[in-house]
Design a protein around this ligand. Structure first.
Ligand code: ADP
Ligand code: 5GP
Length: 213
């Protein structure tokens, strides 16, 4: 009896540590898979097509939108980002827990399509530390950093629509808290419905005097 996987949406201000947290979580617990998004932004140094993102031109991205190939898509600070639909649906059906690293608009769209998705917002311990991490990563110009921080302020108004908030102060603790949330979500009564039905049917078999297989 394969239990369907859980769709976990991770959002957070740029530079909070979503990428780092997800990488460490997956390194530690093999039950997770990551949905690689498509984007029209340019690759950062060290990023590879098909590993961090599928890097597409604007035309290619718009073609895929018109073909309905995205579960959701959004514009973030001047670029398109989107979640490929097929991969997510296949992995969930196979019982894997699927992680999405997406911004707020996309996350709320996912919740419309998959109400059972779990939305987690990662927060930095302070704005000062956020700026330090974002600048320290060294991947964006000061101008883009400013735009991303301004977008963070906008996003902060939507955080209450999320199911959980985790503060990424110490990375390992953040990873464990996120994993703890997913583990508890697996034990929710509605996710155990098939198992409950299975046990009830076994009990009925037993009470009829038949052998339980
Ligand atoms: P995001 O994906 O949220 O934009 P990243 O995962 O790229 O953020 O992290 C931004 C920077 O902060 C990276 O240089 C990363 O190594 C660093 N970082 C992430 N988490 C922590 C943490 N808990 N403590 C200190 N630095 C961190
Ligand atoms: P970055 O350029 O730093 O990799 O990502 C910028 C923002 O885009 C982050 O908030 C990230 O979570 C979000 N993002 C990445 N992939 C997707 C996606 O497929 N859909 C949406 N809606 N947002 C995404």
């Amino acid at each position: 009896m394969t239990e369907k996987g859980i769709l976990i949406v991770v959002s957070g201000f740029s530079g909070t540590g979503k990428g780092e947290t997800i990488k460490r979580l997956m390194g530690k617990y093999p039950r997770y898979v990551f949905s690689i998004s498509a984007t029209t932004r340019s690759p950062r140094e060290g990023e590879q097509h098909g590993r961090e993102y599928f890097f597409l031109s604007k035309e290619e991205f718009e073609q895929k939108i018109s073909e309905g190939r995205f579960l959701e898509h959004a514009n973030y600070v001047g670029n398109y980002y989107g979640t490929p639909r097929d991969y997510v649906e296949e992995q969930l059906a196979a019982g894997r827990d699927v992680l999405l690293d997406i911004e707020v608009e996309g996350a709320l769209n996912v919740k419309q399509v998959f109400p059972e998705a779990v939305l987690v917002y990662l927060l930095p311990p302070s704005a000062k530390e956020l700026k330090r991490r974002l600048s320290g990563r060294g991947t964006e110009t000061e101008d883009v950093i400013k735009k991303r921080m301004s977008r963070s302020l906008e996003e902060s108004k939507e955080i209450e629509k999320y199911d959980y908030v985790v503060v990424n102060d110490e990375l390992d603790q953040c990873v464990e808290e996120l994993h703890g949330i997913v583990s508890s979500e697996h034990n929710r009564t509605d996710r155990k419905r098939n198992f409950i039905e299975h046990i009830s049917s076994e009990l009925q078999t037993y009470l009829k005097g038949e052998n339980i297989k």
